[in-house]
Design a protein around this ligand. Structure first.
Ligand SMILES: [Zn+2]
Length: 459
């Protein structure tokens, strides 16, 4: 690890700053000092920076972008991939709840390390995670995930998820995987006390995240919102993912999913919602008017056949729309850079070639993601004063050679690993290789724990 108080210079690269002016530089430099960006500009770095630099990165042939931000994930699902391959969301959940009921701290540790490593190798510097299954005697699953994020080196916003509406009360999950409401609220408060860092430059911040309208009571939703606002943390949940969910809400609550959340006081700038596939025009406007964020998960929506979210309309309405890989059991992989391409092609498949540009896809994965997580003051753009969370993409290799526009090469071009990744000035990926963990060890751990989960699966 580099000394984070020292100066690092990155030079000779193209730069897509995604800053307030959306500045793009064909050949420029970045200077980092004390974990933050202190200069970004054209040509060579100033000599006062290069003179004192302890590290100079020659990034010729690379594109520098802000580190990508992942707004929705379920890391534990890395241990349960390949199940219910042709199922709807509800069928898939019903098949997997009895498997997930057997997770413990060893499963979550192996899955989180593997999932976070894949995110880092795909250019992600900040990720959230939505963990909502807490079997009794499974260990401290939130702490295990936070340890994994510290080890891999990414910034982490874990969401304390929860389910309190079991089958016997009309919910979708079996009663064995739901928790008592008071126990959930106590655990949420404890998670904030123990792990939430409100300071600038924070590596770990907690959000609260009851899972979905069909697995949580309205009482828990309302009490969680009250707790989050009293403690100054953000709110997250799944919403409007499928037609089945819409039917569930109409039958049980007499309103569509977004109205249900609105009635519970759940829309606002401190809230971001995963999916939002099934929103009508008025609901899209309501998202924008309230500044409620969206975690758009195009690959997962495609894998489960959920539909295509109205991303262009949400952006036009002014809602922040970040990108998410979603859980690995409904994506089957978890490489964030792939979601830029998926978001673009899915929007265009639904609404034509001008529905979403390559630059809009990059903004979603950076600036918009930072807004969803409440970090846009210091994450999601390469500006002086922002955290030095930077991805360098190698556009010299044959897959990209000949594409003159580097942003187009990144978003339209082939799948690739990031070349170099810095989080707060620390280099965690170098020459495409993770420096903080051994991928062979991660794979062996994941195989072992996935095998244990398969043994627990009902025949
Ligand atoms: Zn999800």
């Amino acid at each position: 690890m580099s000394d984070t108080t020292s100066t690092i210079v990155i030079e000779n690269c193209a730069i897509a700053t995604v800053d307030d002016e959306r500045r793009e530089i064909a050949d420029g430099h970045l200077v980092i000092s004390d974990r933050r960006i202190t200069a970004v500009g054209e040509g060579a770095a100033p000599s006062e920076a290069t003179d004192k630099a302890i590290r100079r990165i020659d990034a010729a042939g690379r594109l520098a972008t802000p580190g990508l931000i992942n707004c929705h994930h379920h890391l534990y699902q890395w241990a349960t991939r390949g199940y219910a391959q042709d199922a709807t969301l509800f069928e898939w959940l019903v098949a997997l709840y009895p498997v997930w009921q057997h997770i413990d701290d060893a499963v979550v540790a192996a899955a989180a390390r593997a999932g976070l490593a894949s995110l880092a190798r795909s250019g992600c510097t900040t990720t959230t995670d939505h963990h909502y299954i807490f079997p009794r005697h499974a260990g401290d699953l939130l702490a295990v995930e936070i340890d994994a994020a510290r080890a891999i080196g990414v910034r982490f916003h874990p969401c304390r998820g929860a389910m309190d509406l079991g089958q016997s009360a009309g919910g979708l999950p079996p009663d064995d995987v739901v928790e008592d409401r008071d126990a959930i609220l106590t655990a949420c408060a404890e998670a904030i006390d123990r792990h939430h860092d409100p300071e600038p430059g924070a590596r770990v911040r907690i959000a609260l995240a009851p899972t979905s309208p069909f697995s949580v009571t309205g009482e828990l939703m309302a009490e969680t919102a009250e707790l989050a606002r009293r403690r100054g943390v953000r709110l997250h949940t799944h919403l409007a993912e499928t037609d089945d969910e819409e039917r569930f809400c109409l039958e049980r609550f007499g309103v569509r999913p977004l109205q249900y959340l609105d009635d519970l006081g759940w829309l606002g700038e401190d809230v971001w919602l995963a999916h939002c596939v099934h929103l009508d025009e008025a609901e899209t406007q309501r998202m924008g008017a309230t500044g409620t964020g969206v975690a758009h998960c195009p690959t997962s929506n495609g894998r489960l056949g959920a539909g295509i979210a109205p991303v262009p309309a949400l952006l036009a309405a002014g809602a922040p729309v970040g990108l998410g890989v979603d859980g690995a059991a409904s994506n089957e992989c978890g490489e964030l850079v792939d979601e830029l391409r998926a978001a673009m092609v899915l929007a265009r498949a639904a609404r034509g070639p001008r529905a979403l540009t390559a630059r809009q896809a990059l903004e979603m994965a950076t600036r918009h993601g930072a807004r969803c997580l409440g970090r846009d003051d210091e994450l999601g753009h390469l500006s002086v004063g922002a955290m030095a969370d930077i991805a360098l993409w190698d556009l010299d290799e044959v897959g990209f050679a000949g594409i003159a526009d580097p942003v187009a090469a990144l978003v339209f071009g082939p799948t690739r690993a990031v070349d170099t990744l810095l989080v707060g000035g620390e280099v965690i990926v170098q020459a495409g290789e993770l420096r903080t963990a051994d991928p062979v060890t991660l794979a062996a751990e994941l195989r072992r724990e996935s095998g244990r989960m398969a043994e627990a699966a009902p025949a």
